[in-house]
Design a protein around this ligand. Structure first.
Ligand code: IVH
Length: 669
C-alpha cells in the first residue's frame, strides 16, 4: 500500500471507529455488531504498525492502554475544582431557594441533575483534541491521569468543533461492571472493592493503563470549567453544547421553574434511584442562568448557586463489641466503637467514632449493646442510638481511663472542654499523629507517605520530628514492609518536591493549635514569609479579619517556643520553602487600577494573552470577571470573532475595548 492510500485508509478507519464508539458508548445505540468494530480495530492496529507516522493521539487505538507509568504528575487546576454544600431535606432546599431569591430575585430557574457517585475529573481539550485529564486532588492540585482517561470509551479524544475548553465530570463504574469485576476478584481470592466508587477510583489510580482499559469505566460531564469562553448563557444551554461537542452528559436532567418543581424531581428520584444502572448519592440543583450564577458567586469551598441534595442515610443494626481509645495530634483521647462488621450505604463498617465521654453517657452506650448505625453524609459512620430494649444484662458500662493509653501520663479535662487530653508534649502518639498530619493532603501532600508508612518509620525510630522526613534514605525505606524499588524512588521524589510547597501548606502542616487550612492561607497571604509571621504581634494578628483572639494567642506562643525556632531553622537549612507562592490579591482600597471594583467580560479570541492570564491580571488589579454581559457590566474586552456578547454590550451601551487596549492598561500597573 502506498503512503497516500495508507493515510486515507487510516483516516477512514478513525472516522468509522469513532462514530461506532460514539453510538455505542455515548448514545447507547450501537449501529454495528461488536465483531465488525473489532475487525476494523484490528485493521487499524496493523496499518498503524506499518505506517507509524500516521498514528495520532486521538486514534481509537489509543483507547486500549498498554504503557506503564512511573507515577502520576501533579496538575495545577487554574480554575479550582470546588465541592458542593449539602441539603438533607425539604427545609434545607427551601432555605437554599430563599437565599437565591434574596440575591437575584424571584425570576430564576434551576437545573436538577443526578449526583453521580464516582470520581470528579477535569478534562482539557485544545483545538478540539483531548490533551489532559486530571483528578480533583485537593481542589487546586490534582493528578495527571490522561493516559487512563483515554481508555474510557465515552470520553471523546477529539471534539466535533476545534475548541479549547476545560470540562468537569464524574467517572464512574456501572453497577454491572462492578459486580462482574468483584466476581473475578473473589475467584482469584483477591480483596473485592467495597463499592463502585472505590472501584472506579482504584482503576484510575492504576499505573498500568491496560488495567484501567479493562475496567469498563464510564463518564458523565456536568460542567464547563470556565463559562467565560463559551457563547452560551445558561447551564442548560451549556449541557446541550457539551452534547453537540460529542461529550456524554446525563439525560435525566430537568429544568425547573421553581422550588416546588425541584421538590417533585427529588421525590420522583427517591423512588427511581434503585433502578438506575449506576450509583448516585444524591441530586444536584443548580441555578440555570450564568449571569445569576456570577451574581451569587462562591463561598470559600463551594458555589452559592448550587447545592447537593443527599438522600436520607440508610440505617442498620449491629453489635458494639468494644470501645478503643486513641490519642490524637493535640492529645485529645477519642473513644471509638469497634463494631461487628456490617454493610451500610455501599461499604462495610467496623468502626465509628464516639467523639467523647459525654456522648457515650448521653446515648447511654454500653459495651455489648445492639446499636443503630448510619453514615453521616453517606461517608462517616456514626452510632445513631442504642436499642436498650434488646439488652440481656451482660452489657458492660464503659469508663474513660484516668491515664494516657499511650504514655501513661495523667489525663486532664481543660476548662470549658468536653475532651480528655494528654498534655505530655513528648507523648509518642501525639508526635506520630502530628507527623501523619504533616504529610497529609491539605498539608505537605506527600504521596506514598500515608498513615501506615509513617507509623512504621516512627516505630522503628527513623523519624522523630518533621525535619527527619527530609533525611530519609533509600536504604531505610527499602527495608520497610511492602516497599519496592519504584515506590521508594517515587516517595523520595515526592518528599523532595514537597520542599517547594507554598508557605500555607507548611504552616498548616506544622499543626499550630487552632490554625486550620483556611487560616493558614490567610496568614501566608498576609505575611508572605515564615519569618514575618513568626515575629508578628498579637495586635498585628488580630487586626486581620479572620484571625480571632484564641488563634492569635496560639500563634504567638507557638513561635516563642525554642524547639519551634530550632525546627524552623533546620527546615530552612534543608531547603524547605518558607514563602507564599500563590497569587497576591490587591485590595480594592489599595488599587489605583481602573479595574478596581469593576465587572469586566471577556469575549472572542484573545491573541496575546490566554483567557486565564487576562482574568488573573484583571482580578489581581481588583476587578471581577463575569461570564455574561448585563447592565451591571462596566467593560467588555472583545477579541477576534466576538459574537453575541459584543452585540449585547453595544446594545446596552457598555464600554468596549480591544485586546491591545487591555494590554496597554495592564502595562501601566
Ligand atoms: S457540580 C462547582 N454536578 O459531587 C460545582 N457535581 O461535592 C461542581 N458530582 O466533586 C459540582 N454529580 O464530583 C456537580 N451532576 C453533578 C455531579 C457532581 C456528581 C460530584 C462532583 C463534586 C461533588 C460535589
Amino acid at each position: 500500500m502506498d503512503l497516500l492510500t495508507a493515510e486515507k485508509e487510516i483516516q477512514k478507519l478513525h472516522q468509522l471507529l469513532n462514530q461506532y464508539n460514539y453510538e455505542y458508548h455515548v448514545l447507547d445505540q450501537p449501529s454495528v455488531p461488536d465483531a465488525e468494530y473489532d475487525k476494523l480495530m484490528q485493521q487499524l492496529i496493523q496499518l498503524e504498525e506499518q505506517f507509524p507516522q500516521f498514528k495520532t493521539s486521538d486514534s481509537p487505538t489509543q483507547r486500549v492502554g498498554g504503557h506503564v507509568l512511573d507515577m502520576f504528575e501533579k496538575v495545577q487546576h487554574e480554575i479550582p475544582m470546588l465541592s458542593l454544600g449539602n441539603a438533607f431535606g425539604e427545609q434545607d432546599l427551601r432555605d437554599f431557594d430563599r437565599r437565591i431569591t434574596q440575591a437575584v430575585g424571584e425570576d430564576h430557574s434551576y437545573v436538577c441533575e443526578l449526583k453521580i457517585d464516582g470520581l470528579a475529573v477535569s478534562l482539557r481539550y485544545e483545538n478540539g483534541l483531548f490533551v489532559r485529564g486530571a483528578t480533583r486532588g485537593d481542589g487546586t492540585i490534582g493528578e495527571d491521569i490522561t493516559a487512563n482517561l483515554r481508555t474510557v470509551r465515552s470520553i471523546p479524544l477529539r471534539l466535533n468543533e476545534p475548541v479549547t475548553i476545560e470540562v468537569r465530570g464524574e467517572v464512574f463504574m456501572p453497577k454491572r461492571s462492578f459486580e462482574a469485576l468483584n466476581k473475578v476478584k473473589k475467584e482469584k481470592e483477591e480483596e473485592p472493592f467495597a463499592n463502585p466508587r472505590n472501584a472506579a477510583a482504584g482503576s484510575l489510580r492504576q499505573l498500568d493503563t491496560k488495567i484501567a482499559a479493562s475496567r469498563n469505566l464510564d463518564v458523565f460531564l456536568y460542567n464547563i470549567a470556565s463559562t467565560d469562553e463559551v457563547d452560551v448563557d445558561s447551564h442548560s444551554e451549556g449541557l446541550d453544547y457539551l452534547d453537540r461537542l460529542g461529550f456524554k452528559t446525563n439525560q435525566e436532567r430537568m429544568k425547573c421553574k421553581n422550588i416546588d418543581e425541584v421538590l417533585a424531581f427529588v421525590e420522583s428520584w427517591t423512588e427511581k434511584r434503585p433502578h438506575l444502572p449506576y450509583e448516585i448519592d444524591g441530586l444536584v440543583i443548580k441555578v440555570d442562568s450564568y449571569e445569576q450564577q456570577q451574581q451569587l458567586g462562591f463561598t470559600a469551598k463551594s458555589p452559592r448557586w448550587a447545592i447537593a441534595y443527599k438522600f436520607p442515610a440508610e440505617e442498620v443494626i449491629t453489635t458494639l463489641k468494644e470501645i478503643e481509645l486513641s490519642v490524637g495530634r493535640t492529645g485529645v483521647v477519642t473513644p471509638t466503637a469497634i463494631l461487628e462488621p456490617v454493610r451500610v450505604a455501599g461499604s462495610t463498617v467496623q468502626r465509628a467514632s464516639l467523639h467523647n465521654e459525654d456522648l457515650i453517657r448521653e446515648k447511654d452506650i454500653k459495651i455489648g449493646d445492639q446499636v443503630v448505625i448510619k453514615k453521616a453524609g453517606d461517608i462517616i459512620p456514626e452510632v445513631v442510638n442504642v436499642l436498650a430494649d434488646r439488652r440481656t444484662g451482660e452489657e458492660i458500662d464503659f469508663q474513660m481511663p484516668t491515664h494516657c493509653p499511650e504514655c501513661e501520663s495523667e489525663l486532664v479535662r481543660l476548662e470549658g472542654e468536653v475532651a480528655l487530653r494528654c498534655i505530655n508534649p513528648k507523648c509518642p502518639a501525639q508526635i506520630r499523629e502530628g507527623l501523619i498530619h504533616f504529610v497529609s493532603r491539605d498539608a505537605m501532600n506527600i504521596d506514598g507517605l500515608g498513615e501506615k508508612v509513617i507509623s512504621q518509620l516512627f516505630a522503628e525510630q527513623l523519624i522523630h520530628d518533621v525535619a527527619d522526613i527530609y533525611k530519609l534514605t533509600y536504604e531505610q525505606l527499602i527495608a520497610l514492609e511492602r516497599m519496592g524499588e519504584k515506590s521508594v524512588s517515587n516517595l523520595l521524589q515526592a518528599i523532595e518536591a514537597s520542599k517547594e510547597n507554598s508557605l500555607e501548606k507548611l504552616l498548616f502542616g506544622l499543626g499550630v493549635r487552632h490554625v486550620g487550612a483556611k487560616a493558614a492561607k490567610t496568614l501566608a497571604i498576609e505575611f508572605n514569609t515564615m519569618d514575618k509571621l513568626a515575629s508578628a504581634t498579637y495586635e498585628q494578628l488580630t487586626a486581620i479579619n479572620e484571625i480571632g483572639d484564641k488563634m492569635a494567642d496560639s500563634i504567638v506562643s507557638y513561635f516563642e517556643l525554642e524547639e519551634v525556632q530550632e525546627l524552623l531553622q533546620e527546615l530552612k537549612e534543608i531547603g524547605v520553602n518558607m514563602e507564599y507562592k500563590g497569587p497576591k490579591p490587591v485590595s480594592i482600597e489599595d488599587s489605583t487600577s481602573i479595574f478596581a471594583g469593576k465587572t469586566v467580560v471577556l469575549t472572542g479570541k484573545l491573541e496575546q494573552l490566554s483567557r486565564n492570564e487576562a482574568k488573573d491580571e484583571i482580578e489581581r488589579l481588583g476587578g471581577k470577571v463575569a461570564g455574561s454581559v448585563s447592565k451591571k457590566t462596566h467593560l467588555v474586552i472583545a477579541g477576534e470573532d466576538a459574537g453575541s456578547k459584543l452585540a449585547k454590550a453595544q446594545e446596552l451601551g457598555v464600554e468596549v475595548w480591544t485586546e491591545e487596549q487591555l494590554i496597554e492598561e495592564l502595562k501601566k500597573n
